[in-house]
Design a protein around this ligand. Structure first.
Ligand SMILES: C[S@@+](CC[C@H](N)C(=O)[O-])C[C@H]1O[C@@H](n2cnc3c(N)ncnc32)[C@H](O)[C@@H]1O
Length: 389
């Protein structure tokens, strides 16, 4: 496909998303009907679509309209691309741009590429830092790997990846993280990956696990395990002992036993928690605002009501999990959000609702630190006072 034909394909896919299809579905349907498209074409079309979704408001302003075509013009205009070459009307490319498609500079929250109400929440949550975070979320997320210390050390994993054309460098946010600088698309078929030496995992997600006080922990519960990314990272940090992985929707854990086998990790899936634990991690459902670089549609779909509902679920999960922690044990709370309401506010509300818990730490990671936006907090359950009898 020519660069212009890729742009035309992206325009059609964006129009499908405007009509209501999820972008992934629209991309899959397009790829099924486009047998002529090679892997590089598919990757380029996908990049156009997701770049536009990240910059949905600014691209509409710059492109002078709300259609797939207008947004694509706006995106490319903002990137400084040669619009005349791409919109020449030749071959399978889009028709030339006419005088009505001029556009204007985006302003205020339009330029931040967030809905107004989210812009306000970001300001309340992050103050002066809000704009930098919003602007970071307009860009593609880097690819990070976690070196699985159960199978390899950092140097061995890096050398192995390099021999397969995947270049990496360590990242200061986590001692197990490698930033992929070349060959990211080769990772999932590489020997290093297939043999469990590395996992795909965001650096801040790794840093959340690094932050947990796991010394002396024998029994650990990952209460919202999902696909199990954090369960596997927990298992790699735990010297001895077992990780129980649980999820309200157990189907989400269906690949976890195979992933754990490949990683050599002691992770057992559980439909119900089993007894009391030294540490319970609640990696709760959230707005996903810290990960909007990867899932940009969430940025435009989230509503204030939905955020309110998610916050209620987060508080309920924390409350339920208090019953699962041993005296002296730790309850940990994590989100991939940058919104105060889901993070510091939940911590403050939890401490208001529950006696007998001491806050050990809370930390916010921001997308401009390199990884996704994440938040982690930990509370220790106080030991009962010794009786005088
Ligand atoms: C943020 S995701 C977990 C991601 C996962 N820990 C990882 O690192 O890959 C949140 C998970 O919580 C689960 N969940 C939602 N409500 C829950 C509840 N009330 N109890 C337990 N899990 C719940 C969802 O099914 C989802 O898999």
């Amino acid at each position: 496909m020519t660069p212009a034909a890729r742009v035309q394909a992206a325009i059609e896919i964006l129009d499908r998303t405007i009509a209501g299809d999820a972008a992934e579905k629209a991309l899959t349907n397009w790829a099924r009907g486009a047998r002529y498209a090679g892997s590089k074409d598919r990757a380029a079309v996908r990049d156009h679509v997701f770049d536009t979704l990240r910059c949905w408001r600014s691209s509409a302003a710059l492109g002078g309209g709300e259609t797939g075509r207008a947004r694509m013009i706006g995106l490319l205009r903002g990137q400084g691309s040669d619009l005349d070459a791409l919109f020449s009307g030749q071959g399978h490319g889009p028709t030339p741009i006419d005088a009505s498609e001029t556009g204007r500079s985006p302003e205020g929250f339009e330029a931040w590429d967030v809905p107004d109400w989210i812009g306000e929440r970001l300001r309340k949550s992050l103050g002066e830092g809000a704009e930098e975070v919003a602007l970071a979320l307009r860009h593609r997320a880097p690819v990070f790997l976690r070196v699985n210390l159960l199978k390899a050390d950092m140097k061995t994993a890096q050398a192995r990846l390099s021999s397969e054309g995947i270049e990496t460098e360590p990242h200061p946010l986590s001692p197990t993280a490698l930033l992929v600088t070349e060959g990211a698309r080769r990772v999932s078929n590489s020997e290093a990956f297939v043999r469990g030496m590395v996992e795909l995992q965001d650096v801040a997600s790794q840093a959340v696990i690094d932050a947990l006080p796991l010394e002396n922990a024998q029994r650990v519960l990952d209460y919202c395990a999902g696909g199990g990314g954090k369960s596997l990272a927990l298992a790699a940090r735990l010297q001895e002992g077992v990780i129980h992985a649980h999820d309200a929707n157990p189907k989400r854990m269906s690949d976890l036993p195979e992933r754990a086998r490949r990683a050599g990790a002691n992770v057992v899936t559980k439909t119900r928690p089993d007894g009391l634990y030294d540490l319970v991690l609640c990696d709760v459902p959230c707005s996903g605002s810290g990960a909007w670089r990867r899932s940009p549609e969430g940025k435009w779909r989230l509503t204030a009501q939905e955020l309110g509902r998610v916050c209620e679920t987060q508080a309920q999960i924390l409350d339920n999990c208090t019953k699962l922690v041993k005296a002296g044990g730790v309850l940990a709370y994590a989100t991939c959000s940058v919104l105060r309401q889901e993070n510091h506010q939940q911590v403050a509300d939890f401490l208001d609702r529950h006696d007998g818990w001491e806050k050990l730490q809370e930390r916010q990671f921001l997308p401009n630190d390199g990884g996704d936006g994440f938040f982690v907090a930990a509370f220790r359950r106080e030991e009962p006072a010794p009786s005088n009898h």
